[in-house]
Structures are given as C-alpha cells and as structure tokens.
Design a protein. Sequence first.
Length: 567
Amino acid sequence: MNEIRRSLLWAVFGISLVMLWDQWQIHNGNAPLFFSQGATQQASGAGSTGVSANTANNMVPAGSSSAVSATAQTLPGAVPEGVTQELVTVSSDVLDLTFDAVGGNLVGAQLLKHSADVGGKKGQTQALTLLTQSAAHTYIVQSGLVGGKPNHITRMTPVVSANELTSGQDSLELRFESEVVGGLQLIKTYTVKRGDYTLDVRFDVLNKSDQTQSPELYVQLARDGMSAESETPFYKTFTGPAFYSDEEKYQKVDFEDIAKNDTSFAATTSSGFVAMVQHYFASAWVLPAGQLRENYVARFASGIYTAGSKAQMGSLAPGATQTLQTRLFVGPQQETMLETVTPGLELVKDYGWVTILAKPLYWLLDKIHGFVGNWGWAIMLLVVLIKAAFYWLNAKAYQSMGKMKALSPRITEMRERLKDKPQQIQQEMMRIYKEEKVNPLGGCLPIMVQIPVFIALYWVLLSSVEMRNAPWILWITDLSTKDPFFILPVIMTLTTFIQTALNPTPPDPLQAKLMWIMPMAFSVMFFFFPAGLVLYWITNNTLTILQQWHINKGMGIDMKFQLPKFK
C-alpha cells in the first residue's frame, strides 16, 4: 500500500513539474510541449507587429495552399487601386459601430457597457473594442455575393436613418446599396436595437439583368490569429472559429488546424451558426433555421483567417428580388443572454468536459448575485453552499484523516523499531489499520468525488464575463485580474499552509516532504490568477480548516500543527 501511495505521489509530482515547465516555455515565447494554444500573431504569418488596415480586404489566397477552401477561393482578392475607406458610424446604448461603405462591412465595434484599460494603464479606461481594422489587430465582419457579383470589396452607397438612438427611439436602420455588378444589385440593411447586441441584417438581391440568375450569399467573420489580451501564461482559453449545427452540435476549429488544412466541422447543414470566439466575447452570424448553407474556413497569405457560411438564394427571374433575413451577434458571452439569441450560442462560453456541472453552477451563482448584488460575495456564498452539500462526505474524509493522525505516533515508532525490515513494516502497518478499522484511502476518496465540481466552478469563474471589471471590496476592483497587491494570494498560501499542517503526516519521509512541497508550489501560481479564483480557493480552504477542526475536536484528537521536517 505504501509503495502504491509513493508511486502515485511521484507521478503527480512529475506531472506537475512538466506542466509548470510547459507554461514557462509558453511564457518565454517557445512552443508548448503538448497543446496548441492557437495561432499567435507571429504564427499567423503577419511577420510584423500587425497587419495593415486593408489586410482583411486584401484576401489573396496563399499561393496554391490547400488551407483555402473551394468556397474561399471564389471570394474576391485585393482592393482595387485607388479605393479608400468611407466610414459610417452608428451608436446604440450598448454598441458603437463603424461600417465601411466599401463592401458595407462592419469594421469596428465598441462595447459601451464594457471597459478596457488604455495602453495597459490601470485607472485609464475606455469602451472595450471588439471589432477593429488597424495596423495592430484585424477582426471584422463581411458579407456579399459569390462569383463576380457585389461582394465585400464592392463600393456601396450608405443610407442611414440616424447616427444614434435618441430618447424614446428603440431602433435605427443603416442601409448599403451596391452598384449593379454581373446584373445583380445587393442591398444590405442593418437594424440596430436598444439594449441589444444582436443586429438584424437583411439582404435584398435584385436581378437587374434580362436573364434568370441563382445568386449565392456568403457571410463571414475575418480576424488575425492573435489571442485575447485577457489570457496569461498560466491559463489559456480558446480563440478561433466555431460552428454549431443540429447534427454535429458545437465544434471549435483551431487556427493552427486551418493553416494545416486539418479541420473537422459540419460542412453542409440547414441549422446553427458560425462564430468567432475569444475569452469573454464573441461574434456570430445566424442564418434562418431551415436555410441550407455550406460552412467554410480559410487562411490567407496576409495572415487573416475567415470562417463563414454560403447560402443559395434560389432562382431569381429578371426584375425580381430575393430577400434573406439574418442576424449578427457582436457582444459579451453572457450565458443567459446568449440562450435567447439562438439555440447553442451559449456554448461559445466553453466549459469543456465539465459543462454538465458548470452550467448549473453558473445558474446558481447568477441567482446568488441577483440576491447579494456583488460577484465577490456571490462567489463566497456559492462555495459555502457547495461545502454544505458535501459536508457529510467531507466529514467521513476528515474522520478517516483524524484517525490516521491519531495513529501517526504509533506508526512512526513502529517504523523506527523495524527500520531494517521493510516487508515487516508493511505487514505491521496493515495489521494496525485493520485492528483500528482505518482505511488509508478513506481521506482521499471522498475528496476525489468533489474534484470535478470544483474544477467546474473554476471554469465558471474563469469564463464568466460578469467577473470582468467586477469589484469586490476595497482594493479588489476587478475580479478577473490578479490582486494588484498580492494580498489574496498571500492569504491563500497561509490557508494552504494551515490546512496541510492539520493533515496527518505520512510515515514515509519522502511522502511527508511532497505533502508540503506540492501545495506550496501550486500556491505560487495563484499569485498570477484572477482575484475571483483566488477568493474562491481562500473560501474553500477556510471552510475546510473549520470543518476539519470541528470534526477532529469532536473526536477528541489533539489539533497540533505538524510542521515539515526537511532534514
């Protein structure tokens, strides 16, 4: 039994060291040992500090690269000579949007209810920019017709009802009318609504020719491969395209896989959406349910990745008009809001394999916040409820650990007496455990059952945009960033130290050392974790210490701190 425990501890310790080394490699700009972190700016092929303002329109396929799908190859290339941007801005109470008359594309979006630091300086904030087209970063929304028809580089005439919502006004319209190209005219009408991150987008295709035509409409999201600024070397979230369909459900596509032409997603479907996802925020094109579409991805020589859907608009007789009504989401990953936009969109807030546990935990956290009005206190109350739910299971674990602690002096004396007879030590130890009715693993198994729950809660706190810029008390003004004065990590380290000191010391010296080294090593990582996550661990540790103290006191076990001996 002792050998098994020793092997397990060595395995955990070795894996921990490898994971820490992997994160150190990423921190220093080297490739990760195991998992792709998505294409970085350097890997995207930009080759410099960014891409030009016209990069996204300059979508020339990378030679004969197979990374560009057949659909993408039919899309337009460079912007014609002499064509410059003509920007039009409209605003609602939640969005400040910038459109380009070249293509009628959405090339800028600021989220007015979400702020970002200016130049990385705390205290200087502005509205968060999600969509942009600049030298440093490109992330825009495009649409048009395939095959020599009005597309995302065709100049259009803007017609706007108003540039911003006025008091008492619930919506405004911005229309772009193209010139006739290939016998077709394309009219895009964006409807911006009060309090809504979803835009209604209507496409009207007019056949101005004397022949029947069958136009194909494409909608796509284009961006470089840069990761979200909220990521750190110690935790990564997914950045890249995602598709949803009734048949295949939610499917993420890595930038790296697009570059290697090694992707897997529902290519043809009549349901779902195409999205571009990053930490906390997302954009998505939603075509009507029942509308057959072909999904595609591509990477271009400029370093820009696209993900989109192409839809057949049917046969269009001369002089006739065909209309397709779509929706465009540009906003935060607020789970309750995403669920109202379209089925499956809430999955862009990705919990991974713990989704089945994370969703009810988020629901409960959201309900608690609605009662207390502060996300910090809501986190603490949620941990209290979870600990209460597992109280009986923890009680059994701590009772087993208490018995082990009470037996520790007896086992230590026995090991000293039989130190030259390892086989007899094992036999005598098992006899003592059987005699005292103690299960050596009794303190581990109940805790193992709870691990998935706390991992799920970890991802809820890491993924929830509600934590962003959310204050708790005093110096904690943003639960999504690290504690600026490292007070919470220090408290967390102290609680870890106390919790470890209250546990029974393993009889094996090597195990005893590892029992102290590993928690201390992991505590160092928490100095760089978001304050909300550290607060969650502090609350959990504190409640664990109190429960352990209460149970041991009830069993009459002396609550002495067992400090490490590293000689």
